[in-house]
Design a protein around this ligand. Structure first.
Ligand SMILES: Cc1cc2nc3c(=O)[nH]c(=O)nc-3n(C[C@H](O)[C@H](O)[C@H](O)COP(=O)(O)OP(=O)(O)OC[C@H]3O[C@@H](n4cnc5c(N)ncnc54)[C@H](O)[C@@H]3O)c2cc1C
Length: 322
């Protein structure tokens, strides 16, 4: 049985939940799991990787990798892959994953399945499923003639069960392989939100044109604060300039798969559904009982969002914080 390499993403040294899901999937397959982590981080990330199933941790601790740079990441990851020789690579279908791994697959002349929602590993064989045509069809993907099978998984699709992590961990430190960079990051302007990115969030409260104007989002922010949720939006309100594009969910925005998605004043256009129909529980709040979103919703509330949301917020506050 070949080795599984997990590309572990972290935020300031804290392992992302999506990477923990991949480590557990690898560990539970019975294959040996190696993890690779880039950039500056504390030593505790090694024990976190170990506890979540990695028996081998490859570190490339260099400030040059703190921000994603496609060429530098690709050159260095290919060099490490050459040393580890994994049979399977698991990574998140994050913006970094979706940019980086097609390059890796092309350079290694191997197969890649992106944006997957389920995964089955049996020895060196991998089967994954992925939505196609904005979620209208689900494709089952197998690999042929692929020396390494690369799978990019959407977040929140794989279970994190309590595991008795790997017994011992070998830690290998790598040095940066310099690369002739054609692009470089000069500045990163961070958003103001302290909340989890939409693609990582477990609960999302999303608003649409039914909120009437930008100030309508204040009540969603209040509800999100009570629930510990991240706020998303439909394209209609992004195009109107009420909120930034980083909050857009859908075909031309982010693909999300939280445990709970609350759609407020969103009609449920196919392009919006394409980004959120993988959510486990969908609650729709809309004044029009015939809005298409109700066909996808697990629970629906027909009514005026301006009456319902403040009441919901109050009730959740009582239930969760008393
Ligand atoms: C190529 C392409 C890509 C696209 N990509 C995306 C995408 O990524 N994401 C996306 O979201 N859209 C996308 N769209 C746009 C999409 O087709 C819809 O236009 C958009 O999703 C509609 O946004 P909405 O539901 O907020 O607005 P509307 O369709 O106008 O719906 C507003 C809803 O609010 C309800 N409402 C009104 N008042 C209230 C109230 N007081 N209380 C409760 N409910 C109320 C109404 O009944 C209605 O259902 C794309 C379109 C194209 C052509």
């Amino acid at each position: 049985m070949g080795k599984i390499l997990v590309f572990a993403e972290h935020t300031n040294g804290k392992l992302k939940r999506s990477s923990i899901e991949l480590l557990h999937a690898g560990f539970n397959s019975g294959n040996e799991v190696a993890a690779v982590v880039f950039g500056t981080h504390g030593d505790d990330i090694v024990s976190a990787l170990n506890q979540n199933g990695a028996s081998e941790v490859h570190i490339l601790k260099d400030g040059a990798l703190d921000s994603y740079n496609p060429e530098l990441y690709a050159t260095n990851l290919i060099s490490i892959i050459g040393k580890i020789q994994p049979a399977i690579i698991l990574a998140s279908a994050s913006s970094v994953g979706k940019d980086l791994f097609p390059k890796i697959a092309a350079r290694l002349n191997t197969g890649i399945a992106s944006d997957c929602v389920s995964l089955n590993i049996s020895g060196d064989n991998v089967t994954a499923t992925k939505p196609m045509y904005s979620g209208k069809a689900i494709a089952t993907v197998n690999f042929e003639n692929s020396p390494i099978k690369i799978v990019l998984m959407r977040a929140n699709q794989l279970p994190i069960e309590s595991i008795d992590g790997a017994k011992s961990s070998k830690v290998v430190e790598h040095s940066l392989v310099a690369s002739d960079l054609r692009t470089m990051i000069k500045e990163i302007v961070k958003g103001t939100s302290e909340k989890l990115d939409l693609t990582e969030a477990n609960i999302i409260v999303s608003g649409g044109r039914g909120l009437k104007e930008a100030s309508g989002f204040q009540m969603l922010n209040d509800l999100a604060d009570v629930l510990g949720a991240t706020v998303g939006a439909s394209r209609a309100v992004v195009d109107s300039g009420w909120v930034g594009h980083g909050m857009q969910v859908g075909q031309t925005g982010k693909t999300v798969a939280p445990s709970l998605y609350i759609a407020v004043g969103i009609s449920g256009a196919i392009q919006h559904l394409a980004g959120m129909s993988g959510s486990k529980v969908i609650v729709a709040i809309n004044s029009d009982a015939n809005a298409p979103i109700f066909q996808k919703a697990t629970y629906g509330i027909v009514g005026d969002a301006f009456e319902i949301i403040p009441k919901l917020t109050e009730e959740f506050k009582k239930a969760l914080h008393n």
